[in-house]
Design a protein around this ligand. Sequence first.
Ligand SMILES: [Zn+2]
Length: 142
Amino acid sequence: MVVFETKDEALNHMSPETIRKNESHLRSRRAELYARLEQRDGIRIEAAAEGLDAVQNSQLREFAVGEIDRNSRQLREIESALSRIEAGEYGICLSCDEEIGPKRLAALPWATHCVRCQDRADREWARSGDSQDLPFDMMPAA
Ligand SMILES: [Zn+2]
């Protein structure tokens, strides 16, 4: 008799094709983010050269830094999703060990939490009052 561990059982719900599809989505998203991060640097230098006033300049810089921050964070999530694929742990909620679900992963291939745990985290996030900076699980997939 074959005894599956919880994680393996959950993984059986997601076909290797689905995982491969998500992996390629993750890889192209990663390339896109790297390209965008490089582009950001260029825009920032150009803006400074055009002689905006100090306030405009710092607002622009703040915006750019915020976006770079969000992009870097998503890159880290993508890297970690890719290594979970490699480890055979992809698609498992980090909080409750339940299956995240192929549908949710198709929309958010870097999702680390099932809808239930994400909802709970989002509510806690909303209570903290920091609505400017949504967890990127909330960002639309490209
Ligand atoms: Zn969960």
